[in-house]
Design a protein around this ligand. Structure first.
Ligand code: SDX
Length: 428
């Protein structure tokens, strides 16, 4: 169906092609607009702008649908392993048993990092936020593996870079935590799967073996799956933008980690727990904090609430809330922050301010309570988000490179000073 959109400008009618996706999403293709009309479009924050065509993740903000390569997150979170989902996102299909075993083996054989990298950790201040450590050390991988510098060098080199990144992020993440508490680094153990290995590197001590609690490993597996991709969000768009200049994968993902760190994005999960702790220590008066969130004069926002795309509910938040109850019950934990979170959600969802703005709990609202329950320190919460999002970043970067997309370079509308002559300093 070759639909077109008609645009009338200064008395002339222009026809612009309409693009329709496999889920019937529609867009007006403006790639020739400036050549045709001399006009560009303006859309601060890209709220109405599609940056690419992608076959990785589909989400419907109105219906609360999220699918990776066509599979619902509900099914994947319930039945799949995180490594299976990583394979699905990156290569497009769920792996066969043989493909899965080969993929898992290839990751396991790259979990170590170059011993010279340990010096970086000694250089960071002990209270260095792990997201700053991670964005630096991930970018430095390009200096240890120069064959990664050219993304189009060869399919084999690109895949090796992908495997190395998937394998080393958990090690670098756990070591950034161990470094912050000045504990000895724990090396990966190949007897463990991806999630178990990360927990081992986080919590094992040289003095005794660490028992991986299957409840904890299963909760982590589910959380990582739920964070694995989310189409063109801020950090993923950053990875694609940096990668579009033909920068290497490590540098592109390092930029994505920096974008994710922001409190309006992945940093929100840390902010949510700090907000809940603040409300708890303030006596748990939920109504007072809801009023603050609504007060335009008050900078306080209800962290973990609202979303650019989801305008009914974030399907991930529903799954995480259910998992929260299950994990805390299984672990025998009674966390007052969970009760405060549930009260906040209930009050907000009945309040006209939140309802009229379609503000609902997002992926970050309950995830921190589970991380806290399984022993992850608050400063590591956004690192957990990055661990989950890594396969999505990789898949989106790979798609952009393989589709040979052009370097990203948006236009602007200039509103500054018009042409003027230089005046000598003594005459100003
Ligand atoms: C993630 O894009 C993705 O997919 C991201 C993500 C992913 O998986 O990659 O889903 C992960 O980043 C989730 C979002 C985590 N961030 C937070 O929880 C921070 C708190 N929420 C927000 O700041 C906000 O809701 C955003 C940033 C998430 C969305 O912002 P928008 O779409 O730009 O909306 P907006 O800031 O323009 O808000 C619209 C209105 C405003 O009020 P009015 O100007 O209309 O009067 O809603 C208000 C805002 O003040 N508002 C809030 C609010 N969020 C929006 N008011 C109080 N508390 C909030 N949390």
């Amino acid at each position: 169906m070759s639909e077109t959109a008609k645009l009338e400008l200064e008395g002339k009618i222009y026809e612009l092609p309409v693009v329709c996706g496999s889920e019937n999403e529609k867009a007006i293709d403006i790639s020739k607009l400036r050549d045709m009309t001399g006009y560009v479009t303006l859309d601060t924050g890209y709220k109405n702008t599609g940056a690419t065509k992608s076959d990785i993740t589909f989400l419907d903000g109105e219906l609360g649908i999220l699918r990776y390569r066509g599979y619902s997150i509900e099914q994947l979170a319930e039945k799949a392993s995180f490594i299976e989902v990583a394979y699905l996102l990156i290569y497009g299909e769920l792996p066969t048993q043989k493909e899965f075993e080969e993929f898992q083996y290839n990751i396991k054989t790259h979990t170590l990092i170059h011993e010279d990298m340990k010096r970086f950790f000694e250089a960071f201040p002990s209270k260095a936020h792990p997201m700053g450590v991670l964005s630096s050390t991930i970018s430095s991988l390009a200096t240890f593996y120069p064959e990664s510098l050219n993304p189009n060098r060869s399919p084999a080199a690109k895949n090796l870079t992908i495997l190395r990144l998937l394998a080393k992020l958990p090690t670098l993440s756990a070591w950034s935590y161990k470094n912050s508490i000045r504990h000895k680094f724990m090396y990966p153990k190949n007897c463990y799967n991806y999630c178990e290995n990360f927990l081992h590197m986080m919590f094992a001590m040289p003095t005794e073996d660490y028992h991986v609690d299957p409840i904890v490993a299963s909760a982590l597996n589910k959380l990582l799956i739920l964070h694995a991709d989310h189409e063109q969000n801020c950090s993923t768009s950053t990875v694609r933008m940096v990668g579009s200049s033909q920068a290497n994968l490590y540098s592109s993902v390092s930029a994505g980690i920096s974008a994710l760190w922001g409190p309006l994005h992945g940093g929100a999960n840390q902010e949510v727990i700090e907000m809940l702790e603040q409300i708890h220590s303030d006596g748990g008066n939920v109504d007072k904090w809801i009023l603050k969130a609504k007060d335009k004069e008050d900078p306080f926002r209800l962290m973990g609430f609202g979303h650019r795309v989801y305008k009914n509910f974030d399907p991930r938040a529903n799954i995480i809330k259910k998992t929260c109850d299950e994990v805390l019950e299984k672990l025998g934990i009674n966390d007052p922050l969970l009760e405060i979170a549930k009260k906040l959600e209930k009050v907000a969802l009945e309040d006209e301010y939140f309802k009229s703005r379609n503000l609902y709990p997002n992926v970050d609202f309950y995830s921190g309570i589970i991380y806290k329950a399984i022993g992850i320190p608050t400063e590591m919460f956004t690192v957990m988000f990055a661990l989950g999002r890594l396969p999505g970043w990789i898949a989106q970067w790979k798609e952009m490179i393989e589709n040979k997309e052009p370097i990203g370079r948006p236009r602007q509308i200039y509103i500054g000073q018009v042409g003027r002559e230089y005046v000598e300093i003594n005459d100003r």
